[in-house]
Design a protein. Structure first.
Lengths: 104, 206
């Protein structure tokens, strides 16, 4: 049916996942860390959709997991951005190294 | 090498190139725009697999919602055109090594020969009608319970965003019993400020 098989999609999602992990480890800015988390969640979605398409085409379960992950990612991004803007309002920075009020 | 193979490789290059530029660019607005390209490439991948509903949801929620929200928050918190601080060399080297080793290990495991269960054809058409019928059904394979739980989660997230981001104007006499004779502080922006002023000893003494 396709020349492109399941493994092509798994390689793409694997590369995207570790790109997100690299961004999450190197960035110290809260907005860019949030963007890395979005990349990681999207790579998981590609995996779910590819497995559903190539291994279980008679079911829709992977598709429902993808829908719920997208929903929860939207809620998470909204709450995270509210926290970031409130932090910026109070401390005038969104760098995770400088937001250490609750550390000690 | 036919047309669908070429389209797949173009989409994969868009996704991985956009993702790489999004995590390495030092201008934060460019980083958000590259994230946008990466998410559009993922929506194209869903179209490539004939999952039109998920592709539409991806474009509406991610491209139309989350990226616009991120760009708004960049405008609210950053000056335009500033470069971000360069990460420490040691941290970026070790992060790159960790990500590269993890990626190589996972790709090695993926490329091992393995057997999967045979797919049963004909499959279900992933149309909006079938998705809606199964998602809202209360039978054994229905998803009505997670649907309701997610609706409660969205409500909680919405109220939480409002509570976190709101500015409350509290008159100080509603919180503090008596601060003294000077009534200069008539407006306090947020409850955090009120707590700071309670903890501040200078306000209580004069």
């Amino acid at each position: 049916m396709y020349d492109i098989g399941l493994f092509h999609f798994l390689f793409v999602s694997c590369a995207l996942f570790f790109i997100g992990v690299y961004g999450f480890l190197t960035r110290r800015n809260m907005i860019t860390m949030l963007m890395s988390v979005e990349l990681i969640l999207n790579s998981v979605n590609i995996n779910f959709i590819a497995f559903n398409k190539f291994l279980f085409p008679d079911k829709l379960d992977g598709l429902f997991f993808t829908i719920f992950i997208i929903t929860i990612a939207a809620a998470e991004a909204a709450v995270a951005i509210a926290i970031i803007i409130n932090l910026y309002r109070n401390y005038n920075t969104i760098d995770v190294e400088e937001a250490n009020t609750m550390k000690y | 090498m036919n047309a669908s193979t070429i389209i797949f490789y173009i989409l994969a290059a868009t996704i991985i190139g956009g993702g790489l530029m999004a995590v390495t660019s030092r201008k934060i607005f460019r980083s958000a725009v590259f994230l946008l390209f990466s998410l559009i490439g993922i929506a194209g991948l869903y179209f490539f697999l004939d999952y039109e509903f998920i592709a539409a949801v991806q474009i509406i929620v991610y491209v139309g919602g989350i990226v616009v929200l991120i760009i708004f928050s960049i405008f609210l918190t950053h000056g335009s055109g500033e470069d971000m601080k360069r990460p420490h060399l040691g941290r970026s080297v070790f992060s790159a090594l960790a990500a590269a080793f993890g990626c190589i290990l996972t790709m090695f495991i993926i490329s091992q020969p393995k057997t999967f269960p045979k797919p049963h054809y004909p499959g279900i058409e992933p149309s909006a009608a079938n998705i809606g019928a199964q998602m809202l059904s209360t039978t054994e394979h229905g998803y009505i319970l997670p649907f309701e739980v997610v609706s409660m989660l969205l409500l909680a997230a919405m109220i939480g965003c409002i509570v976190i981001a709101i500015k409350i104007k509290v008159p100080p006499h509603a919180i503090l019993p008596e601060t003294g004779e000077d009534d200069e502080e008539t407006e306090i922006k947020a409850p955090v400020d009120v707590v700071d002023e309670i903890n501040e000893p200078g306000l209580m003494t004069n």
